[in-house]
Design a protein around this ligand. Structure first.
Ligand SMILES: [Zn+2]
Length: 320
């Protein structure tokens, strides 16, 4: 297994700088080698460059440039002919990139490029070891028949049907999350498979090349305390394409936790980013225990999904 390269965003930023430097040197090397072998081409390129400058300067001075333009066109034609006759790669003057989409910047129009998301996925995995969890916890390991046909009836559906719908909703929510942020809160007592389902969702998001930060609420809160030695997770929680906050309600609720949780939930909604929360609290308990703004955000912007019955993993294992 390849050791993970990144400890934080600075490492990713530095890697892009190194890639750009490497490619700039590589591009110079390629061009210089071609010039060494083809002095005629070097001479043509210098003349072309000078022609462009002459045209520019004459335009500034308000002089006619048509003669210069004809000269330039002729030089370019001559160059094209030379390139094709001598089988020279026509991109020899271009800067080379590892990623042509973002030109090794990691971003396209301010949005993450897929090459950046790949690196972010590795970074987040170092933080949460999420890929270990999803070896087992993924939708491929979830047979709908494993949902126990309990006597429960939710919204006129049997529990099994309700959960099948929930899984389909999660899948399509994740497929569409670039355009429509997907927020869901999985509510249920311990041992009903909330964590499992949230990890399945995360695995599905990874399959769709989304960066996923999966953290337990206690781990998240601890990382934000002033005496915490590691990296605070807030930056990553803001940046992740999908943020999964597991086990809301198991932390010690205080002003500090309240403020921090309210902030990240609010921030992600404002940024139109998708979030999955799992909790053993009913919505009324969230209303009673947390800031009213947080309750209001969750109750209005999140889909509520209620889990009951036995732990999905236990049922699955029992059926093997
Ligand atoms: Zn890229």
């Amino acid at each position: 297994m390849v050791d993970n390269l990144y400890n934080n965003y600075d490492d990713i930023r530095r890697e892009y700088e190194n890639i750009r430097l490497k490619n700039s040197l590589l591009s110079d090397d390629i061009r210089n080698k071609i010039y060494d072998e083809n002095p005629i081409l070097k001479d043509l390129d210098l003349k072309i460059m000078k022609s462009y400058m002459d045209i520019g300067l004459n335009k500034i001075d308000g002089n006619a440039t048509s003669e210069l333009q004809t000269k330039l066109d002729k030089l370019i034609e001559e160059r094209n002919k030379y390139i094709s006759t001598n089988n020279i790669d026509p991109t020899y003057r271009d800067t080379k990139y590892d990623c042509n989409k973002c030109k090794d910047t990691g971003f396209i129009d301010g949005k993450k490029c897929s090459c950046f998301i790949k690196k972010e996925i590795e970074l987040f995995d170092k933080i949460s070891h999420f890929k270990n969890y999803i070896k087992e916890d993924n939708f491929d390991n979830l047979d709908p028949s494993f949902y126990k046909q309990s006597g429960l009836d939710i919204n006129g559906l049997s529990y099994s049907e309700y959960m099948k719908n929930a899984v389909n909703s999660i899948k399509s929510g994740i497929e569409l999350m670039d355009d429509i942020p997907y927020n869901i809160i999985l509510i249920g007592p311990p041992g009903t498979g909330k964590t499992f389902l949230s990890r399945c969702a995360g695995a599905y998001a990874l399959e769709h090349n989304k960066s996923v930060l999966y953290v337990n609420v206690n781990e998240y809160i601890s990382s934000l305390k002033p005496d915490y030695a590691g990296e605070p997770l807030e930056t990553y929680a803001i940046a992740a394409d999908l943020f999964i906050l597991d086990d809301l309600g198991t932390e010690n609720i205080s002003d500090f936790t309240n403020t921090k949780l309210n902030y990240i939930i609010d921030k992600r909604l404002n940024d139109k980013k998708s979030t999955i929360i799992t909790t053993n609290l009913m919505l009324s308990q969230i209303r009673d225990n947390y800031m009213s703004q947080m309750y209001s955000r969750i109750s209005h912007a999140y889909i509520s999904c209620y889990l009951a019955g036995e732990d999905l993993r236990r049922i699955k294992n029992a059926n093997i």
